[in-house]
Design a protein around this ligand. Structure first.
Ligand SMILES: [Fe+2]
Length: 428
């Protein structure tokens, strides 16, 4: 293990040719230094001449604070990275996001009092206010013509993609009363961006917010964060249980609908409120409601109202959306999902670093076909589903997928049950 680390750490740009095979755990889960000065990457192979541009990414890059070692991969501190690809060369730079999590010192570790994803708070939480961690390490989103780092909390950071400098810290809690916010935005053709968040205290709700594109005629004269500061709540969805809102990472959007799969993975708000006494992490507050179906919320974008069509499907955890579109009287929703929430547990370092542990929480793509216009659509959906299912089954790899591709709908009711994934492509 130590030998492999030396060889990787010896060159920040990657492995030397001919090095021994390196355990990826040793590369992915170790703390790295930031490189504010650009370094030249060693190239293996040939980069096509036509590839030219900057690839900006964010991800965990530091896994301890003082003597405290983080327990969960999602708690790694956000490191911004830029890969400048030009003239068949790659130049690399990186910079940590100056979050409270990073900038609190070991002797006054404010971060250890915050509610992190999978690492519990320390004794500091007994004497300091406990807020959600601001570690925006998940994604980069374009909002109002600017680039922001996002996590699952309501704090986002505007960054300069050229220098990797952090320019502004923006609290969506103040702008749109959000306690959490998805890490992945959806975009309209006019440049508007949409986010979905949760507001926990009464009147609690899931909220869709719209961030307009920048006004190009005024752009040079105004604050670049102005579009984000004009964030507007365009739709609300009530929670089935305000004390147990669903854990959300992303949502889908079509021309006319927002689509949000409310999964059985919920945040127990009572556990969150007693975190100060119990030094808990967000993971400690998550609950999987055994046997509870997913509720699929369809919200009409034009009116902001939830569709009368209610749709459920068997329990699953949707993390990412693959695609969503309207076809005839259906919404075709392709999602990347899991049977349950085992995956989140498997990102604890005790499992990630255990070479004998075999992960069970594996993702797979699933297709849901959702009728969108009530009883009439439900009847039509049966026909459409048969056709679509047959087509889907032809492209899937298992006979079981074809068997799973069935939908039952009740024409007389407004609740539709999508029985099982419409197609399951396990090979993807
Ligand atoms: Fe994500």
């Amino acid at each position: 293990m130590e030998k492999a680390r030396e060889k990787v750490a010896g060159r920040d740009t990657g492995m030397e040719e001919g090095t021994e095979k390196v355990d990826p755990r040793d590369v992915l889960f170790r703390t790295v230094d930031e490189h504010t000065d650009v370094i030249e990457a060693k190239i293996t192979g040939v980069i096509p001449k036509w590839i030219s541009g900057n690839f900006i990414a964010v991800g965990p890059g530091k896994f301890e604070q003082g003597a405290e070692r983080y327990r969960h991969y999602f708690d790694g501190m956000a490191l911004l990275m830029r890969f400048e690809v030009r003239d068949q060369r790659v130049r690399y730079a990186s910079k940590f996001l100056p979050t409270v999590t990073l900038t609190s010192t070991a002797c006054c570790n404010i971060a250890s009092s915050t509610m992190r994803f999978g690492t519990g708070a320390t004794w500091v939480s007994y004497i300091l206010p406990t807020n959600m961690s601001d570690n925006a390490t998940v994604n980069l989103v374009h909002l109002g013509g600017e680039l922001y780092c996002s996590g699952e909390t309501a704090t986002i950071f505007r960054i300069n993609p050229d220098s990797l400098e952090t320019l502004e810290r923006v609290e969506l809690k103040k702008l749109a009363s959000l306690d959490t916010c998805v890490a992945h935005a959806q975009y309209d053709n006019d440049g508007s961006a949409y986010l979905l968040g949760s507001h926990f205290s009464p009147p609690s709700a899931y909220k869709f917010i719209k961030i307009p594109p920048p006004d190009e005629t005024k752009r040079r004269k105004i604050d670049p964060t102005e579009p984000v500061r004009r964030a507007e709540v365009v739709a609300k969805v009530s929670m089935q249980n305000p004390l147990k809102p669903s854990y959300i990472h992303s949502f889908a959007m079509t021309d006319n609908y927002f689509i949000f799969v409310e999964s059985p993975l919920v945040i127990n708000i009572l556990t969150v409120t007693r975190r100060k006494l119990s030094a808990l992490s967000l993971y400690d507050a998550l609950e999987w409601l055994e046997g509870k179906n997913c509720r699929i919320h369809l919200v009409e974008r034009r009116s902001g109202k939830e569709s009368k069509v209610r749709c459920e499907c068997p329990p699953m955890l949707v993390i990412h959306q693959i695609n969503a579109y309207e076809h005839d009287d259906n919404i075709i929703l392709d999602v990347c999902c899991y049977d349950d929430a085992t995956m989140l547990d498997e990102y604890h370092f005790e499992k990630l670093l255990d070479t004998s542990y075999t992960p069970r929480g594996l993702a797979e793509p699933r297709r849901l076909i959702i009728p969108i216009s009530g009883a009439t659509a439900a009847a039509a959906a049966a026909t459409t589903t048969t056709t679509t299912a047959a087509a889907a089954a032809a492209t899937t790899t298992t006979a079981a997928a074809a068997a799973a591709a069935t939908t039952t709908t009740t024409a007389a009711a407004t609740t539709t049950t999508c029985e099982g994934p419409m197609s399951v492509a396990k090979s993807c």
